[in-house]
Structures are given as structure tokens and as C-alpha cells.
Write a protein that binds this ligand. Structure first.
Ligand code: UDP
Length: 326
């Protein structure tokens, strides 16, 4: 760790950001959360100060950067609803792309030269082959994925021009909750499979709708690579360490390398919760690839990353613990 251990965490009140703040604090850093609280929660900021602000607000960014003089940035703040991005692309390009550009220009002007960026497997679009490695062509199929891919390009350009180095982390399906129960997934609206399944188990929703069972997969439902949010958080700190050690910019996939179908997730959730989970069969959701599985070999070898909560059971158990505590 460098002498200056203060890290600006945009989106620090959000799902993945709050888990990253906990891991940063456990690793000896001071996470300063910068969040507009549109989707983030004040209760999720427990490991450092909260500054309420928008990434597109240059004056507020300048004020917060002057106040804390962070050594690096972890950038989670983004809109992340794929469906909404198709209906309202302007909202996504404005917030994600323009907002990030504002943040990067502030970093450049304040001479902060390290950023760990929250990217996504949605930058790959429909894969030609699985598991997906980092050199797979990036062809997003929705404005959300495009916005993240544009930012990856902007990051490379800022490194060439300004020496601002970045690690872009392309997550597969973030899931689970802090094993200590101190933070977890609480989206509103919720669109993700595991929290919706747990809502149905708890009787908070009448049922879970399966988005299609006629895919070319063993049980006909879509396959995804679920990765525990605390494992993602750990990878962010390792990526920060890599930048501190002087590494040039790069990108890594973060997944478990295992795929589970929607059917398998529901079956495992029944086992973990001991509850009946009523289900309905629905139509396919537009833009859903049949199977997404990540090849994270490079992150494992180059970051020394090793998922600690790799089993689907542990992932669902931790999510259920948080779910029932709320
Ligand atoms: N899914 C589903 N019903 C739901 C929500 C999701 O069948 O109510 C499916 C979805 O089609 C996908 C998988 O569950 O195959 C994971 O979806 P999620 O939205 O959690 O993550 P994504 O893969 O879109 O990032």
C-alpha cells in the first residue's frame, strides 16, 4: 500500500461499491464514498465518510478531491438497468459516459493517476464461444454495454495522453452478500434473478418468472456465471495494488468459470431456504444470450485472485442471510 491510503469510491453506497468499501477498510485503506444516492443507500456506507454528489458535477468532485486528496479512484457509479438503457439510451450515455468523462478530467487535473473501473461482461454481447476470455471481441447489444465499452476506450486514451492508468474489471453475474451481513443487494427496482427468487421464497413476491425454457442449454433455461460480490471486492483491491506497483492499464474478467442455469439457481434456492418457490414460465427476455461463462485465468494468474465463495450454495446462502435480516 502507498503512503496515501485514501481511495475515492464512486457509487460507494451501492451494491458492489459498498462491499468494496468494506474490503478496502479491511485492507488498511480509507474509502471515501461519493454517491448521489439515487440508487445507493446511506445505510450501506459504514467504512468511511459519505460525500453526496454526482459524478457529472465537476464542482462537487473538485471540492471532494481537494478535501480528501485521494491517491486513487474506484469507480462503480453507473446506471445498470439493461432494459431501461434500451428505452432511454440518452440517460445511460449521459450518466455513464459523460459522468465518467467528468470524473476522469477531474482526476487528470488533480493528478490522480490510478482508477479501478467497474466494467461488465455485457461488453462482449452474444459470445462466439464460452468460456469468454478478455480477447473475445467486444460487441455489446444494448446501450448499457456500449456505455461501458466506450468508457474502456476513453480509459485507454487517457492513459496514452495523460498517464492515467486503469484496470477495467469485467464482471459476470455479481451475486451474494457480505458474509458478515453488514451490506448486501438491495436494488429498487430489483431485476436480478437471485434476489427475486429469494423474494418469492420469502413470500414478498407471489412467484418467480422464468424468462424462457426453450434455449439450447441442457434444461432449456439460460446459463450464467454467478460470482460472489465479496470476491469481486477483493479483486478490486488486488487491481489497485497492481496499479500501485506501477502496472500499465489493463482489463480482467471476473467470474467463477462455472455456469448455472436459471432452473439450477431456483432448485438450489429451494434447498438453501427450505421454502417452496412458486414459479411461472414467461417469454424470453430480449437480448439474453443462452450462456455466459467467464474465463478469469488472467485475473487468477496476474492479480493472484482466487474466489473464496465459489459455490452457488454459498452465494445463495449469504444472499438469503442478508435478505432475511432486512
Ligand atoms: N431471469 C429470469 N427471471 C427473472 C430475472 C432473471 O429468468 O425474473 C434470468 C435471466 O433471463 C438470465 C438470468 O436469470 O438468464 C440472470 O439474469 P439477471 O438479470 O440476474 O442477470 P443478467 O444475466 O441479465 O446480468
Amino acid at each position: 500500500m502507498a503512503d496515501n491510503n485514501t481511495i475515492l469510491v464512486t457509487g460507494g453506497a451501492g451494491y458492489i461499491g459498498s462491499h468494496a468499501c468494506k474490503t478496502l477498510a479491511q485492507s488498511g485503506y480509507i474509502p471515501v464514498s461519493y454517491d448521489n444516492l439515487i440508487y445507493g443507500h446511506e445505510w450501506a456506507v459504514r467504512w468511511g465518510p459519505l460525500e453526496i454528489g454526482d459524478i457529472a458535477d465537476r464542482a462537487k468532485l473538485d471540492e471532494v478531491i481537494r478535501k480528501y486528496e485521494p491517491a486513487a479512484v474506484m469507480h462503480f457509479a453507473a446506471f445498470a438497468y439493461v432494459g431501461e438503457s434500451m428505452e432511454n439510451p440518452g440517460k445511460y450515455y449521459r450518466n455513464n459516459v459523460f459522468g465518467t468523462l467528468t470524473l476522469l478530467e477531474a482526476m487528470r487535473d488533480h493528478r490522480i493517476d490510478k482508477i479501478v473501473f467497474s466494467s461488465t461482461c455485457a461488453t462482449y454481447g452474444i459470445p462466439d464461444n464460452i468460456p469468454i476470455a478478455e480477447n473475445h471481441p467486444q460487441r455489446p447489444i444494448n446501450p448499457y454495454g456500449h456505455s461501458k465499452l466506450m468508457i474502456e476506450q476513453i480509459l485507454r486514451d487517457f492513459e496514452s495522453a495523460h498517464g492515467l492508468r486503469s484496470v477495467a474489471l469485467r464482471y459476470f453475474n455479481a451475486a451474494g452478500a457480505d458474509p458478515g451481513g453488514e451490506t448486501g443487494e438491495a436494488h429498487d427496482p430489483e431485476t436480478h434473478l437471485i434476489p427475486l427468487v429469494l423474494d418469492a421464497a420469502a413470500g414478498k413476491r407471489p412467484s418467480i418468472t422464468l424468462f424462457g425454457n426453450d434455449y439450447d442449454t441442457p434444461d432449456g433455461t439460460c446459463i450464467r456465471d454467478y460470482i460472489h460480490v465479496t470476491d469481486l471486492a477483493r479483486a478490486h483491491v488486488l487491481a489497485l495494488n497492481l496499479l500501485e506497483a506501477g502496472s500499465p492499464g489493463t482489463a480482467y474478467n471476473l467470474g467463477n468459470g462455472n455456469g448455472f442455469s436459471v432452473r439450477q439457481v431456483i432448485d438450489k434456492a429451494k434447498l438453501v431456504t427450505g421454502k417452496n418457490i412458486p414459479e411461472k414460465m414467461g417469454a424470453r427476455r430480449e437480448g439474453d444470450p443462452p450462456a455466459l461463462i467467464g474465463d478469469s485465468t488472467r485475473a487468477i494468474n496476474e492479480l493472484g485472485w482466487k474466489p473464496q465463495f465459489a459455490s452457488l450454495e454459498e452465494i445463495i446462502k449469504s444472499a438469503w442471510r442478508f435478505h432475511t435480516s432486512r
